[in-house]
Design a protein around this ligand. Structure first.
Ligand code: ADP
Ligand code: MG
Length: 232
């Protein structure tokens, strides 16, 4: 009985979060087009409100996307569609989904040998987006967020996302990739989150034959790195 209820709950959450996303995408798209409209360029108040609309719709969209992944993960239904991905475009897409809210600068570089890789585009974009949104969330305004993609010494594709933020205490790094796991300290207490992002990232990365880990120095910054197996 309980198991039946649980699977009904998962199914329901799956449908709801999926159906949330298309109206949200329309709101985001409409908001972004308005922001580019010439008529409002000298209307700071209107621009500010539009930014809020786009930002919050983006947040809801990411939440819906994460919820969908989690319900699918839990029911073993997360399926992957591997195809050739344009890495630079992937990063640009991920950045554009967090950029509005952040007063951060973004830099990225992609080694020519890994300009195109094989993987699940939507899910890898979700991983990079989750990491960038953490970088933004846990570092002060005006900070720099850097994304690099290269090859490591054993010929795996290596992604890294760095920030100049508060960092993670060394003794807590190990558990952050578990479900609902968050650092609880003075600095991060006011920052909201469910502690699910890194868990989803790990699942997706492992499904690509890779590993994910975090390197950090307190009050200096954090770099999250992950690898993807190179298939040819
Ligand atoms: N770039 C980062 N800088 C500092 N702490 C981080 C960073 N990324 C993740 N963390 C820590 O790891 C925890 C887990 O991250 P995540 O799973 O994305 O959950 P959430 O962002 O919802 O809190 C965060 O709560 C935070 O304490
Ligand atoms: Mg997060």
């Amino acid at each position: 009985k309980l198991m039946e209820l649980d699977s009904m709950k998962s199914e329901f959450l799956g449908i709801v979060s999926h159906d949330f996303r298309s109206p949200l995408s329309s709101i985001i798209l409409a908001g972004k087009s308005l922001l580019k409209n010439e008529a409002i360029q000298d209307q700071p108040r209107i621009k500010e409100y539009l930014h809020i609309i786009v930002d919050q719709a983006n947040r809801l969209n990411q939440l819906a996307e994460d919820t969908l992944s989690i319900t699918k993960l839990e029911s073993g239904q997360l399926s992957y569609y591997f195809k050739i991905i344009n890495v630079e475009r992937l990063i640009q897409d991920a950045v554009s989904m967090v950029k509005f809210s952040s007063r951060h600068t973004f830099e990225y570089s992609v080694h020519p040998d890994v300009a195109f890789i094989k993987g699940d585009q939507t899910k890898l974009r979700q991983v990079v987006q989750n990491l960038i949104s953490n970088a933004v969330k846990y570092s002060p305004k005006g900070g720099k967020v850097t994304v690099n993609v290269s090859l490591d010494e054993s010929d795996q594709i290596l992604f890294s996302v760095s920030d100049q933020g508060m960092g993670v205490p060394p003794d807590q790094i190990g558990r952050l990739f578990q479900k609902f796991s968050r650092v609880d300290n003075e600095q991060s207490r006011g920052i909201k989150g469910a502690g699910l992002g890194l868990w989803i990232c790990r699942e997706v990365v492992e499904a690509h034959g890779g590993k994910i880990w975090l390197e950090s120095e307190l009050n200096k910054g954090t770099t999250v790195k992950f690898t993807i197996r190179r298939s040819r």
